[in-house]
Write a protein that binds this ligand. Structure first.
Ligand code: 5GP
Length: 185
């Protein structure tokens, strides 16, 4: 059956209203800028980019394709939110990195850093495996509820508050496929 024009999914019943927050053009501009900084900073090296599943997949795929040096890729999955919009404070790992990272330059790539607990736990866990260096990259640094001090070396956007969806980010598994970023009101 031929495909007709693409239709945006409608708002699932009972969901908050979504408001356009960051356009796909603005996202693209930042992704290209971050990739160019990473390519320059890691000239002559082959860093291991570790994406934090699931929300990072679209950002990660766009970012690595703009990086001009060789990189290795792996993923880790940390669950801290379940299906709620509030952090429950504890982080559990449901998928580990499979590459050997000892002596490697790691770049941890997150979709969004909120309290910072997830990134802090991942840094602690991967740090035990003696990588040569670890840096962090996040599409969005949301500072409203930061509870641990985390340095984000490569940051796409800084946001003060709000719950964000689209471009990989979900609310109860909806909205991940949207090319732009929205805020739920
Ligand atoms: P943290 O441990 O920093 O509090 O939370 C990190 C994780 O919480 C992110 O990887 C993401 O899955 C989820 N999260 C935090 N804030 C938001 C948000 O505004 N929107 C969505 N969709 N997820 C969020």
């Amino acid at each position: 059956m031929p495909l007709t024009s693409f239709q945006q999914p409608t708002e699932p019943e009972g969901f908050l209203k979504k408001e356009l927050f960051i356009t796909k053009e603005a996202i693209r501009e930042r992704v290209v800028a971050l990739a160019s900084r990473i390519s320059a900073d890691y000239q002559g090296k082959e860093p291991v980019m570790v994406g934090v599943l699931n929300g990072v997949v679209i950002f990660f795929a766009d970012l690595v394709r703009e990086i001009s040096i060789p990189v290795k890729m792996d993923f880790i999955r940390a669950a801290s939110y379940g299906s709620r919009m509030d952090s429950c404070g504890s982080v559990t790992f449901t998928k580990d990195v499979e590459l050997s990272i000892e002596g490697q330059d790691l770049i941890l790539v997150e979709d969004i850093v909120d309290t910072g607990l997830t990134l802090a736990r991942i840094l602690e866990k991967l740090g035990e495996r003696a990588p040569r260096s670890i840096r962090t990259c996040a599409l969005i640094d949301k500072q409203e509820r930061r509870s641990v001090s985390i340095s984000i070396d490569y940051c796409g956007f800084t946001v003060e508050e709000g719950f964000i969806v689209g471009y990989g980010l979900d609310c109860r598994e909806a909205y991940r496929q949207l090319p732009d970023i929205y805020i739920l009101r």
